[in-house]
Design a protein around this ligand. Structure first.
Ligand code: T46
Length: 134
C-alpha cells in the first residue's frame, strides 16, 4: 500500500511553532469539513470502516495514536505523533485508530461533508468491493 505522509512546513521561532494548512497547497484537496477527536477513553479502538469516496488527512495535534490501514491486500500500522506531518487516507481503505495517548488530539480534514451513505462499515462487504476492483 502506498502510504502518503505530508510534511508541513513549521514556522517556528522563539515564541513556538505554527503550521498552516491550505487547500491545494499543502493539502491535496478542497477542505470541506474539519473534525477532531479528543478525550478518547482508555483502550478505545475507533473507525472500523472505509469510505467509498471520501479522502481525508489526519494530523495529531497533540499526543499520539496509531492507525491501522487496510486496502484489502495489505494491513499497515502507523504511529502518528508529529503535528508537522499529515497522514493522507484515500477512499477504499479500511481504518482503525487505537493506542490514543490521554492527551491525544486527532484532527481530520475531509474533502466532503459528513455523509453516512459514504461509509462501508461491514468488513466482508469492504473486502468484496476491493477484490472486484483489482
Ligand atoms: C474516519 C475516522 C478517521 C458527525 O456528526 N459528523 C462528522 O463529521 C463525523 C466524522 C462524525 N459525526 C458523528 C457520527 C457519530 O455519531 O460523530 C459520531 C462519531 O463518529 P464515528 O463513529 O464515525 O467516528 P470514528 O472515529 O469511528 O470515525 C471518524 C470518521 O467518522 C471517519 O470518517 O475516517 O474518524
Amino acid at each position: 500500500m502506498d502510504i502518503k505522509f505530508i510534511q508541513f512546513q513549521s514556522h517556528g521561532d522563539d515564541r513556538g511553532s505554527l503550521v498552516a494548512l491550505e487547500d491545494h497547497k499543502n493539502i491535496p484537496f478542497t477542505i470541506k469539513r474539519v473534525y477532531y477527536m479528543f478525550n478518547t477513553a482508555d483502550k478505545v479502538r475507533r473507525g472500523f470502516h472505509a469510505h467509498k469516496k471520501l479522502k481525508q488527512l489526519a494530523v495529531v495535534l497533540k499526543g499520539s495514536c496509531r492507525f491501522m490501514l487496510d486496502d484489502g491486500k495489505e494491513k499497515i500500522e502507523l504511529l502518528l505523533d508529529n503535528p508537522e506531518q499529515g497522514l493522507f487516507i484515500e477512499s477504499f481503505v479500511w481504518r482503525e485508530m487505537f493506542d490514543f495517548s490521554d492527551d491525544c488530539v486527532l484532527l481530520v480534514l475531509a474533502d466532503s461533508f459528513y455523509d453516512e451513505g459514504d461509509y462501508i462499515r461491514d468488513y466482508q462487504e469492504f473486502t468484496e468491493m476491493v477484490s472486484h476492483d483489482s
